[in-house]
Design a protein around this ligand. Structure first.
Ligand code: PSU
Length: 303
């Protein structure tokens, strides 16, 4: 049985030639942002990767195939499919078997990128330990995946809706290097500051690429999390975003929102509560992550 992977021609060509390729996820498109900003952002992120000299590979599932790179038409269609399955490790194979349409989270995108031979992936923010997890046990499968699958994930930290200290603890348990880029502090998605020191710090794409290659050489399972702070001009300072986060969390609790619905609910409520500012920041941080991921992919391709 051959792998159900369907490559966009430009991605196949780039991989065969050993040129830098950056994987991009699709849950951010279907469940992370409203239409049409989701489509505009997906296009802009791909353009950013190209401008940095790499080839973008947006990953999604449909028709029994994992698509590694989408055509403009496929991207447009996906952006208008909010009821696509939100795929993680648990439901990827089921979605393929059922022939359904699915958008890949960080966890599922890592799996697909690795199968496709892509080592670097850019997103907005990973999932993590939800607040109150001591009661709900709600911990994103993204964390365990980072401990299993050898892909370097560039994100703006974990989303600030989460319990960040507990998220760092779980990543440590899974042996995941959490590397802040260009600062000592762990960034918190919409804000550059979290009040937490990151376990590791890197100041150049070459250093991150070296660590990526050495992990493979050492036979270490799992990936790296690169926590890239949002650009200063786009950030929402912590004291401004925290009230919106608190309000959205209280509403989610009152409405009994659980499991896969939590993150999309919180993101969309924070969007409303900040009158769209959170989305503007989210778009800026994803573009910034796409640039850094492209630079890391270029260094790996060189080596
Ligand atoms: N980054 C964003 N917006 C998003 C996501 C990442 O800027 O919506 C998605 C990713 O797909 C990530 C998911 O895997 O949020 C986390 O969902 P959960 O907390 O349910 O694991």
């Amino acid at each position: 049985m051959t792998l159900p992977l369907s490559f966009a021609p430009e991605v196949r060509t780039a991989l065969d030639a050993g040129r830098p390729v950056v994987a991009l996820e699709s849950t951010i498109i279907t469940h992370g942002m409203p239409y049409p900003q989701n489509l505009e952002t997906a296009r802009a992120v791909e353009a950013e990767v190209r401008a940095a000299g790499a080839t973008p590979a947006t990953i999604a599932v449909s028709g029994g195939q994992i698509h590694i790179g989408l055509t403009p038409e496929e991207l447009e269609k996906l952006a208008q499919t909010p009821d696509a399955m939100k795929l993680s490790r648990a439901d990827l194979a089921f979605c393929l078997a059922a022939g359904r349409t699915g958008a890949t989270t960080v966890a599922a995108t890592m799996i697909c990128a690795h199968l496709a031979g892509i080592g670097v992936f850019a997103t907005g923010g990973i999932g993590g330990v939800h607040r109150g997890a001591e009661e709900s046990f709600d911990i994103s499968a993204d964390l365990a995946e980072l401990g299993l699958t050898p892909v370097t994930v560039v994100a703006a930290g974990a989303k600030a809706i989460l319990d960040l200290p507990k998220t760092l603890e779980v990543l440590e348990t899974h042996g995941v290097p959490v590397i802040a880029y260009g600062q000592d502090e762990l960034p918190a998605f919409w804000s550059r500051a979290s009040g937490l020191k990151a376990p590791l710090r890197a100041d150049s794409p070459a250093q991150i690429a070296q660590a990526h290659l050495l992990r493979a050489r050492l036979g270490l399972a799992g990936g790296q999390l690169i926590a890239n702070p949002i650009p200063e001009a786009a950030e929402i300072p912590r004291e401004e975003i925290v009230p919106a986060i608190e309000a959205a969390l209280a509403e989610a609790a009152a409405q009994g929102i659980a499991a896969k619905e939590v993150t999309p609910f919180l993101l969309s409520r924070i969007f409303e509560l900040t009158e769209g500012r959170s989305l503007v920041a989210n778009i800026a941080l994803v573009l910034n992550n796409a640039r850094l991921a492209s630079a890391i992919a270029a260094e790996i391709a060189k080596a």
